[in-house]
Design a protein around this ligand. Structure first.
Ligand code: ZN
Ligand code: ZN
Length: 326
């Protein structure tokens, strides 16, 4: 089967999926920086993915932009390409390639748990599955995000003269945390670091209601009993010093690892991830019916081993330049 190589190049048509270097033609699964690079000639992706690329990198970040809706099939020289929701962040997609009766699905980053800031993951039957493995070890089991978010809400009631600062990445995590707070009954204004504003505005414009948000300004120091969201780096630097009584929290799948929590001085770790945990990965592999599993992006070895013991052909694809989690 010479349709896709280890760099995710679709050989017959010379199109790359999420290339790390500038190419003529690229399919972009989602707008996180480790997948979406600027400098390609033509890019294909969902409207949301390509619009967020323009917001973050500028309108000139590629020469041509081709939007593709979920489920809409295009064919280039006998290779059909269809995008399906990956459930990871707004606009995120899996790529289905069909060529001479062979179906390959490249998942990109994905999760199957419910998240009202993104379209729900769709399972696609295929012959070969290229899956991510960020949390590809059995120790990773993400708890219910509603139970996690309540830890902040309960703490806010108990320590009612204290601000709660939550570390979140700007694209996807910030909006999901805000939405979870809303869904669990928090109605007050949520304060955000300036670096989160553009993408929060984009989500709101695209029909995801995040409620009332206010950007932190220089003289926003006398807050009391507020929830404040900021990039994880800002929790550690000068920026956060202006808030006197504060409790630090962070939302990440890595909050599962106690050692990391200890080192980070995070008092309320929230295990909330936009990636699949071990059960989601292995269930998807079994349910998609693929015989061949290519594992990328994370802890490949554990998942490859599991696939082999379940009678599947599996191999790791080491893609350089992918970051841990956004
Ligand atoms: Zn991602
Ligand atoms: Zn990624």
């Amino acid at each position: 089967m010479n349709l896709l190589d280890y760099r995710l190049n679709i050989i017959p048509i010379n199109v790359f999926i999420d290339p790390q270097f500038p190419v003529e033609k690229a399919i972009i699964t989602h707008a996180h920086a480790d997948h979406a690079k600027s400098g390609h000639k033509k890019v294909l992706g969902t409207k949301e993915t390509l619009e967020i690329m323009k917001i973050r990198y500028g309108k000139e970040c590629a020469q041509e932009f081709q939007y593709l809706n979920y489920g809409q099939k295009i064919s280039i020289d006998g290779v059909s390409i269809t995008l399906f929701p990956a459930g990871h962040i707004i606009g995120s997609s899996q790529v289905l390639l069909e060529y001479r009766n062979h179906k390959i699905v490249v998942t990109g980053d994905y999760k199957t748990t419910k998240d009202s800031t993104t379209s729900e993951f769709e399972l696609i039957k295929c012959d070969t599955l290229v899956t991510e493995a960020t949390f590809g070890l059995p120790i990773f089991k993400h708890p219910n995000p509603n139970i996690e978010i309540k830890k902040v809400l309960e703490s806010l009631e108990t320590y009612n003269d204290t601000n709660h600062l939550i570390g979140v990445y700007a694209l996807g995590k910030a909006q999901r945390i805000i939405k979870l707070l809303r869904e669990n009954g928090f109605q007050d204004t949520i304060f955000i670091h300036g670096a989160l504003k553009k993408i929060c505005d984009y989500y709101q414009l695209n029909g995801i209601n995040l409620g009332k948000l206010e950007t932190i300004t220089k003289d926003s120091s006398n807050y009391k009993q507020k929830i404040i969201l900021a990039p994880p780096s800002a929790l550690k630097d000068r920026w956060s010093r202006k808030f006197r009584n504060k409790i630090l929290s962070q939302a990440s799948g890595w909050m599962n690892i106690k050692q990391r929590v200890k080192q980070s001085l995070i008092e309320i770790p929230l295990i909330i991830s936009d990636h699949s945990d071990w059960n989601e990965l292995t269930n998807t592999i079994l349910e998609c019916g693929a015989e061949n599993i290519w594992v990328t992006h994370g802890r490949e070895e554990g998942l490859v081993h599991w696939c082999k013991t379940n009678g599947l052909n599996a191999k790791p694809l080491s893609l350089k330049g992918r970051e841990e989690e956004h």
